[in-house]
Design a binder for this molecule. Structure first.
Ligand SMILES: *Cc1c(COP(=O)(O)O)cnc(C)c1O
Length: 390
C-alpha cells in the first residue's frame, strides 16, 4: 500500500502501526515498539484499554450520533464532570483541539465586541501552537505554519512568553486587546514551561484590564502533568480553558470550558458543530475522565516523568550537546544545542517512539499507565542515542 492517493501533508511515514497494548505498539511485521509519544499526548491511558474498548462498543451498539438538536445525557455528564474538576461552569464540545480553540477565540471576540471594542484583538505568544485552522494558525507563533496561507486572520497581536513586563508594554499600546491566550506549557514550541509566577501575573493583568485569561491545555490537559490541568499547579483560575488530545484517548473530541461572564457569551445560533459532543465521543471521554479521576493516574504521571527526567539527567550530565532537560510529569523535553530530527528514526530502529519538535528538542509524551520498568527502558534506549548523536 502506498500513500499516493493522500495529500502529502505528513511526508514519508516511518512505520505502519497495526496494534497496541498498554505502552506497546506493533507494526505490520510484528515488531514491538515502546511508546513514549502516545500518538502526540492522546493515548495517556495507553492502547487497547479494555474499559474504553467496552465503552466504545456498548455506546456504538446503542446510539452513535443524533445531532445537537437533541439532548445527549453523556454530553451533559461529561460537561458536569469537567466543570467539577476544573471549577469552570460551562462547556462547548468540539472534535479537535483547533476547534476548541476556535470556540475560545470566538468567545474572546464576543467579549471584546460587548465591551464596545471595534477590532477585538487576542494577545498570543511567540512560539505558540494553537492548531491549523486559519484563525488558530494565525494565533500560532511559527512562520512555517503560516507561510503560504496569507491573508492571515486579523485580530491577533504577539508578545514574548514568560515575560509579563513586555505584555504590559504591548497592553499600553493596544487598547483593542480583549483576551490573552497562552499554553501554560508550550508543547510544539519545545516544552517551554511557564514560570510559577507568570500565570498569576497574567491573571492580575487580565483582571486589571478586563481581558479574558484563556489557557490552551489541548496538550497539557487530561492528567499529563500530574493534575487534570497544568494551570491547577499554580492555583490560578482562567476564564476559558481548552483541551482535546488526551480527552478521548483516541476518540476525536475537544472541549472549550468557561467560567464567569465568559461562560454566558455564546447564545443560541452563535456556534455549533455537527459531530461535536456526540453520544459516542462523549460516552468514551466520560469513561476516560472517570479512569483519570479514580486510582493513582496523576501520581503515576508524576512518577513516570521523574524516572525518565532523572534518568536522562544523570546519564547525560556530562554531554556537551545537551542544553537542557525539563518538563512536568509525562511531558518532557530534552533540548540539544543542534537540530536533531534524525534521532526520531534512530530511536524507531531501536524500538522506541519519540518525537523531535522545535528542531532541537526531543519531546517525550509517554502514556501515564507506563510501568516503572518501561520508563527505565525509555532512558536506557534514549540516553546512548543522545550521547552518540553527532
Ligand atoms: C495539538 C494542539 C492543538 C491542535 O489540536 P488538533 O486536535 O490537532 O486540532 C492546539 N493546541 C495545542 C497546545 C496543541 O498541542
Amino acid at each position: 500500500m502506498g500513500d499516493k492517493s493522500l495529500m502529502n501533508t505528513y511526508g514519508d511515514r516511518a512505520a505502519t502501526l497495526v496494534g497496541g497494548q498498554g505502552a506497546s505498539l506493533y507494526d505490520e511485521k510484528g515488531k514491538k515498539y515502546l511508546d513514549a509519544l502516545s500518538g502526540i499526548a492522546v493515548c495517556g491511558l495507553g492502547h487497547s484499554h479494555p474499559q474504553l474498548s467496552l465503552a466504545i462498543s456498548e455506546q456504538a451498539s446503542k446510539l452513535m450520533h443524533c445531532s445537537n438538536f437533541f439532548s445527549i445525557p453523556s454530553q451533559q455528564q461529561l460537561a458536569k464532570k469537567l466543570c467539577q474538576i476544573s471549577g469552570m461552569t460551562n462547556v462547548f464540545f468540539s472534535n479537535s483541539g483547533a476547534e476548541a480553540n476556535e470556540a475560545a477565540i470566538k468567545i474572546a471576540r464576543l467579549h471584546g465586541n460587548k465591551k464596545g471594542i471595534k477590532l477585538p484583538t487576542v494577545l498570543v505568544m511567540d512560539n505558540a501552537f494553537h492548531g491549523r485552522t486559519l484563525a488558530t494558525l494565525t494565533a500560532s507563533g511559527s512562520r512555517k505554519i503560516q507561510a503560504g496561507f496569507e491573508p492571515l486572520v486579523s485580530g491577533f497581536v504577539r508578545g514574548p512568553f514568560n515575560d509579563i513586563e513586555s505584555l504590559r508594554t504591548i497592553a499600553d499600546n493596544n487598547p483593542d486587546i480583549c483576551a490573552v491566550f497562552v499554553e501554560p506549557i508550550q508543547g510544539e514550541g519545545g516544552i517551554n514551561l511557564s514560570s510559577p509566577d507568570y500565570l498569576k501575573q497574567l491573571r492580575d493583568l487580565c483582571d486589571e484590564l478586563d481581558w479574558l485569561l484563556m489557557f490552551d491545555e489541548v496538550q497539557t490537559g487530561n492528567g499529563r502533568t500530574g493534575k487534570y490541568f497544568y494551570h491547577q499547579h499554580s492555583g490560578v483560575t482562567p476564564d476559558v480553558v481548552t483541551t482535546a488530545k488526551g480527552l478521548g484517548n483516541g476518540m476525536p473530541i475537544g472541549a472549550c470550558l468557561a467560567s464567569g461572564n465568559a461562560a454566558h457569551l455564546m447564545q443560541p445560533g452563535n456556534h455549533g458543530s455537527t459531530f461535536g459532543g456526540n453520544p459516542l465521543a462523549c460516552s468514551v471521554a466520560l469513561k476516560v475522565v472517570e479512569l483519570l479521576e479514580c486510582g493513582d493516574i496523576y501520581e503515576r504521571a508524576t512518577a513516570i516523568g521523574d524516572i525518565i527526567m532523572q534518568g536522562l539527567a544523570s546519564e547525560l550530565k556530562d554531554v556537551e550537546h545537551v542544553k537542557d532537560i525539563r518538563g512536568c510529569g509525562c511531558m518532557i523535553g530534552v533540548e540539544l544545542t543542534k537540530p536533531c530530527k534524525s534521532l526520531y528514526t534512530e530511536a524507531l530502529k531501536q524500538g522506541l517512539i519519540i518525537n523531535v519538535t522545535a528542531e532541537s528538542v526531543i519531546r517525550l509524551l509517554p502514556p501515564m499507565i507506563m510501568t516503572d520498568q518501561e520508563a527505565h527502558q525509555v532512558v536506557s534506549i534514549l540516553a546512548p542515542l543522545i550521547k552518540d548523536f553527532q
